[in-house]
Each structure stands twice: as C-alpha cells, then as structure tokens.
Design a protein around this ligand. Structure first.
Ligand SMILES: *[C@@H]1O[C@H](CO)[C@@H](O)[C@H](O)[C@H]1NC(C)=O
Length: 373
C-alpha cells in the first residue's frame, strides 16, 4: 500500500499539471501564495518524471496535453477522500511514553487539551510533518512514533504528528506546494503557543519533515517568533517546484540553530545538492539498495524516513557510521575517506558537531521495523 501510494505520488507529479489551478484563491488573508505563483509562473516549465528516471522539461501547454487526469483509478480517488481530514483544520497529535498507541489531540482553540495531555516540557519535543498526498495514517508517522518511543530504551519524548491532509490531499502538486507556506506558519504559531502555554523550550525542539514536509519544516523555522528552533531535519526534501536559488520558500541551512538533511533520491523526487548545515547521503544519495525497478524513485525517496527511524531506534551503537566528505563532488565520486567519528544521521548529538557533507553505506544494516528492505 505504501509503495502504491508513493508511486501515485510521483505519477501525480505529472498528472497534476493537467489540473493546474493558477487561479487558486488563497485562504484567509495570507498572500504568500501570490508571490509563489508569480515565481512559478515566471518559469513556465514543468519537470515531468519519465519512466527512465529522468525529468523532461515541458511547457504548461505540452503538459496539459498529456491529460492524464482521467486515468487516475477510482479507488485512488476514494483513498484520497478517505485520508483527507474532515475537520477543516491542521491537527496536532501527541504521543509519549505514556501513550504510545492512542494519540492525544492538542487543539490551540481548546488549551485544556494541552494541559490535560501528557505533554512535558522537560522532554525533547519532536514535531513531524508529512508531505504531499499524505496524511497521518501513513507508515512514515508510525516509523516516527515507534523509533522514538518503542525502541526498548524508554526515553521519553513529546512526539507530535502534524496532519495537514486538508491541504495536502490534492492531486495538484502545484497547489499543494503553494500551501507549504501557510502550513509552516500554522506549525510556527503552534510552537509559539506551546512555548507560552506550557514552557516548551526551543532548545529541545526539533521539527522533522519528509518530502514536501521537509520544506514545511524549514518554513516553520523561518516563521516562529518566540525563539529559534534548535534542530530541523529534512528527510529527502521534495525537489519539483522548489528552487535551489529561492531559499525563502524551501528548507535552508539558516532555518534553525542546526539544520540536517538526509537526501536519498537526489535529482528525482529529492534534491541533489546539499541543503542542510550537515547533509547525509546514504549510499550516494540518489538510488538505494533494495529498491528494485524504482523508476520514479518512490522507494528511494521513502528510504530517507526508514533510515532515519532506523538510526533513531538503534541509538548510540556503531551502526550508520558516516564518512566525512570535502564536498558534494567528492561524495559523488565516492572519494570520502575521513572517518566522521561517530556522527550519524538523526542523532541529537549532531548539534554543534556535524557540518558539511557525509556519505554512508547502509548495505547490511538490518532494518528494525516495518519498512523491510
Ligand atoms: C516531566 O518530566 C520530568 C523528567 O522526566 C519528570 O521529572 C516530571 O515528573 C514530569 N512531569 C510530569 C507532570 O509528569
């Protein structure tokens, strides 16, 4: 189901262009979307994934002629409407050692939901956001929860899973990408509110996002007002429509005290060039072992979450050791040789330590959980 969903995600990248909704009316008075629309409009070019894994540039008109929209099977449409949250708002679900299975919803409009919850500001808070065509009921949310709370070490965290399916569940990738700004703003408001309401400590606050959610996490970091987020982690931040030269609209290395990215499908669904203060490239960062027939890179893309979860679950053992590279080119050429001295993906200890480009070889790492390699 997961790989099916991911395949659809990539398919929908190409499909979405036939349903381009340039005349989209922003919600409320947030006008960021206008700026982004103008930016996208200037380029007038769509990157359409091809079966051989490359991207083809097309004009909007050419892309529209593909008219793939009619080919979306009905069951996929049903699935999307099933996952879309009906509450008309972005929702936040808390998991801790005291409730690893049953979430507690935290609602800013009802502060008692926070005060009665197991949220504890003395623990590290990790907020996870999904991406396009995703909601909370996906394997990646479970990987986040399990790896932190069910690894056997009983360390406590406030794990908060964000649900912005209200806005992500559209085939129109273009539209969803325009919405990242206001989702980031909502999460930023939520973090500021947690700080005022219950003493959330910015120094122990991490925001983690997968795919398009990686950019949401970065934007969140740009928009908080009551402090500076300690750590932002982008799990294979999505590439289509997020321009390297436009760091305002994507995850950037200045969005938090420490920004880490784990890039597993560079040049396809994810970015190729390093985006974080520290950037990890598992297995070279474009294709992943065990991902067979990965035409669209869906498997390699999702591997960023599985590897992160795996590293978190394993904690401080000797697995996931990385090599430090001089730069991206050296990583590409597989010339990295310097031992990174225990720096590993997702480790809270990376703060103040990890910097630059890292290569790691994950062949032979046994997966702990759901995402069987
Ligand atoms: C919050 O966590 C700290 C450290 O684990 C613990 O000492 C304290 O009792 C917790 N507070 C509540 C209200 O559970």
């Amino acid at each position: 189901m997961n790989s099916l969903l991911l395949l659809i995600v990539v398919l929908a990248v190409s499909i979405s262009v036939s349903g381009v909704d340039i005349k989209y009316t922003p919600y409320g008075d947030e006008d960021f979307t206008d700026v982004l629309e103008a930016e996208a409009d200037k380029h007038h070019i769509w990157q359409i994934p091809q079966f051989d894994g490359s991207f083809k540039s097309m004009t909007e008109q050419e892309a529209k002629e593909l008219t793939l929209l009619s080919e979306i099977p009905k069951r996929i449409k049903n699935m999307v409407s099933h996952f879309r949250n009906k509450r008309r708002k972005i929702r936040f679900f808390l998991y801790t050692q005291k409730n690893v299975v049953n979430w507690q919803e935290i609602d800013m409009d009802r502060p008692e939901t926070l005060h009665r919850s197991f949220f504890n500001s003395s623990h590290v808070t990790r907020i996870y956001t999904h991406g396009w065509l995703n909601g909370v009921h996906v394997i990646q949310s479970q990987e986040m929860i399990d790896s932190h709370l069910m690894n056997g070490r009983k360390e406590d965290y406030n794990i908060i899973i964000v649900d912005w399916s209200l806005w992500s569940m559209t085939y129109n990738y273009y539209l969803a990408h325009l919405r990242t700004r206001k989702v980031g703003l909502k999460i930023a408001n939520f973090i500021d509110w947690l700080h005022s309401e219950s003493g959330l400590d910015f120094e122990t606050t991490h925001v983690i996002g997968y795919s398009m959610g990686g950019h949401v996490a970065g934007i969140t970091g740009k928009l908080v007002t009551k402090g500076r987020i300690n750590t932002i982690i982008g799990l294979d931040p999505a590439m289509p429509l997020f321009w390297l030269k436009n760091p305002e609209n994507r995850i950037a290395d200045t969005d938090a005290e420490y920004v880490e990215t784990i890039q597993t499908n560079g040049g396809m669904e994810g970015f190729q060039f390093p985006l974080g203060q520290a950037t990890f490239y598992p297995n070279g960062g474009s294709r992943q072992p065990g991902c067979k027939n990965d035409f669209f890179g869906a498997c390699a893309h999702a591997r960023s979450v599985t590897l992160f979860a795996e590293a978190v679950a394993k904690g401080k053992d000797n697995s996931f050791d990385s090599l430090k590279c001089e730069d991206w080119q050296e990583m590409k050429d597989r010339k990295c040789s310097e031992d990174a001295q225990g720096v590993k993906i997702g480790d809270p200890g990376n703060f103040g330590r990890a910097k630059g480009v890292y290569f790691l070889n994950t062949e032979g790492e046994a997966p702990y959980g759901i995402g069987k390699f």
